[in-house]
Design a protein. Structure first.
Length: 395
């Protein structure tokens, strides 16, 4: 069993874990990334190929976070010749009174106005004429924000992994689940099947597997887990293109209600349009229940919506995928960014990120986590994301 010393150990080698390691490497902190599976795997929240970058949110602080992330995407793009963001715009439309996991159209408009973010309002008819949807209720409204993009997420992760490999101060270990965390004075000993490692500081970022790590420190986060499905529909009209989009609807009968989609892109089944349900019929109790097979009813509802409201597509999906997502059960807490609770020894040297949809913030979150773990603070206001002692569960 080998033992090495580090300034920081990052637990979790998904997108945000690698982004954190990249920024730690830029600051020449001796860093180790421990990934329980292989890098660029399909078993957690970094699964899949594409994600949406968007600025609309119902809260100003989330809009600001999206804006603040743009320079970090620009910086990362300079490190690769592969296009990471396909800027096609963000379309939100549907019932303006509906509130969902993504927010609310009217509240998003207010947040965009407050921060002087450009967007265009749309009627139901304009949405159909400009963006290839059809048979929408006349009461539907929409907004289009031109800075939205489809993220080449696999290439983003591969770029970050390559940059970490090139860094002289970053080591990478895959197939290395954390078995034990021992306190040695002000230091931590991290025990894995491949060796034990000593570190001054911990950045814990294992996505939906968060509790398997922080349980070793005798606390946990209350979360629910979704086996998110998506499907690819072949274009019958090769010239048709969609922006990234999300539809807000009330549930009718037993049908699923909210869906989102992507444009066709060169890196992911280029002759197809990806559409996904933003609901889960049967949530998972534990990440171990995750499956690569989508729920059939979720796909059926998605195909039904495509047939009724989209143009230029076949109505049966030819490819499907899933992604494991963890969501906080705490009201108004999507992303959780905080130090470990005060009853954990040496808690100020343990930074935790967990839950929520955060691919759009990947390079910026890496900077935030790096500043927190090295400096104990960050210039970005993380107050809305902090848990505080009352939200952690001690055992």
């Amino acid at each position: 069993m080998k033992t090495e010393n580090y300034d920081v150990i990052v637990i979790g080698g998904g997108a945000i874990g690698l982004a954190t390691a990249y920024h730690l490497g830029k600051r020449e902190a001796k860093t180790l990334v421990l990934e329980q599976f292989t890098f660029v795997n399909q078993l957690g929240s970094s699964a899949g190929v594409s994600r949406q970058f968007r600025i609309p949110y119902p809260d100003e602080y989330m809009v600001q976070m999206a804006l603040d992330s743009i320079p970090y995407w620009d910086e990362l793009q300079k490190q690769t010749d592969t296009q990471l963001l396909d800027k096609v715009g963000t379309l939100w439309f549907g019932d303006p009174n509906v509130h969902s996991t993504e927010g609310n159209i009217a509240e998003a408009e207010e947040a965009l106005k407050a921060l002087n973010v450009p967007y265009t309002t749309l009627t139901s008819k304009e949405i159909e004429e400009k963006y290839h949807f059809r048979d929408l209720p006349e009461t539907y409204t929409g907004l289009f924000q031109p800075d939205g993009a489809s993220i080449n997420f696999k290439a983003t992760i591969e770029t970050l992994l390559d940059l970490c490999k090139k860094s002289e101060s970053v080591d990478l270990e895959e197939n290395s689940p954390v078995l034990k965390i021992n306190q040695i004075g002000e230091l931590f000993e991290i025990v894995t099947p491949n060796g034990s490692y000593i570190t001054k500081k911990l950045a814990i970022i294992p996505g939906p597997y968060i509790n398997s790590v922080i349980n070793l420190l005798h606390f946990k986060i209350e979360a629910t887990y979704w086996n998110m499905a998506s499907a690819y529909f072949k274009k019958t009209d090769p010239t048709i293109q969609y922006p990234t989009w999300f539809v807000f609807q009330n549930k009718v009968g037993n049908n699923g209600n909210q869906f989102y989609g992507f444009p066709s892109v060169d890196w992911d089944h280029p002759e197809y349009i990806r559409v996904a349900p933003d609901f889960v019929i049967t949530p998972l109790d534990e990440p171990s229940e995750r499956t690569l097979i989508p729920n059939k009813l979720e796909l059926d509802y998605t195909a039904e919506w495509v047939e009724e409201h989209m143009t230029g597509l076949e109505i049966e999906p030819e490819y499907t995928s899933t992604c494991l997502i963890s969501l906080s059960t705490i009201e108004n807490k999507e992303l959780l960014i905080d130090f470990a609770p005060s009853y954990v020894p040496n808690h100020k040297n343990i930074v935790v990120y967990a839950t929520g949809w955060a691919a759009k913030f990947t390079p910026f979150l890496g900077k935030i986590m790096t500043d927190l773990v090295l400096d104990g603070h960050t210039d970005f206001d993380i107050t809305p994301f902090q848990l505080g002692r009352n939200y952690f569960k001690r055992f």
